[in-house]
Write a protein that binds this ligand. Structure first.
Ligand SMILES: N[C@@H](CCC(=O)N[C@@H](CS)C(=O)NCC(=O)O)C(=O)O
Length: 230
């Protein structure tokens, strides 16, 4: 039994952020699934915003809210400090850039990726209905390209977003891009070469790879093949 417990589902990109750090650092942790459609009362007590993930560090507290931290950004900052992972930039400016890109990915990018593409494709299928392909197509063709352009520019041909090294920015953007990949694939590599290369590289990192295997086990029966949105 590990000291750390991650509460959530692997399919959440915000849970993937946390797993990406833990597995990359080679840290043991237990995983407890939470059904977001019907969150148990004990979970709501430790997740005031009614969101996953929540982390428990049993070395701090084993019961109730003691030892728990809600929100992926807070959890990632905690894990970085606890394991001295160095994910927040080598200089003050790099810290600012990394946290900005994390924030951008968690809000500006996550909204269309999650609410306007992943959910319209997957959630109806989970209920035995047809995907809302029209909404997903509009998101893919009209909303996401400006985000891809911004991220391609932020990479500027590099392998990492900030300071030439792996940071929380790579994790936060990578979890959203892999969410897209699970639902429909990566964007056009001819238009966004650095971004697609970055996504493919993130997928190979241990933290992402283990999480994505578990996602595919859950999702494959709902997406028998990739959906073409072009
Ligand atoms: N800012 C939060 C966002 C977490 C979030 O939105 N999680 C979604 C799952 S991907 C959730 O818990 N949704 C619950 C719901 O929609 O009721 C974080 O970074 O942890």
């Amino acid at each position: 039994m590990a000291d750390l417990i991650v509460y959530g589902t692997p399919v959440s990109p915000f849970v993937r952020k946390v797993e990406a750090i833990l597995a990359d650092q080679g840290e043991d942790y237990d995983f407890e699934n939470i059904n977001i459609m019907d969150m148990p009362d004990w979970f709501l007590d430790i997740s005031p915003a009614r969101r996953i993930p929540v982390l428990r560090d049993k070395s701090i507290g084993e019961k109730g809210a003691a030892g728990t931290i809600a929100d992926s950004s807070a959890i990632c900052a905690y894990l970085d400090r606890k394991f001295e992972a160095g994910l927040y930039g080598a200089s003050a400016f790099d810290t600012g850039r990394a946290v900005w890109l994390e924030e951008y990915a968690d809000t500006e990018l996550a909204q269309p990726v999650g609410m306007q593409l992943f959910r319209p494709i997957l959630f109806p299928r989970m209920a035995g209905k047809k995907s809302d392909i029209e909404t997903a197509k509009k998101t893919w063709n009209e909303i996401l390209p400006k985000h891809f352009d911004y991220l391609e520019g932020a990479l500027d041909g590099n392998n990492f977003f900030v300071g030439g090294r792996f940071s929380i920015a790579d994790i936060a953007v990578g979890v959203q891009m892999t969410q897209l990949d699970l639902a429909t694939g990566t964007p056009n590599a001819a238009k966004w070469p650095a971004l697609v290369r970055h996504t493919e590289a993130m997928k190979l990192r241990p933290g992402f790879a283990e999480n994505l295997v578990n996602c595919k086990k859950i999702l494959d029966r709902f997406i028998p093949e990739k959906v073409d949105l072009t």
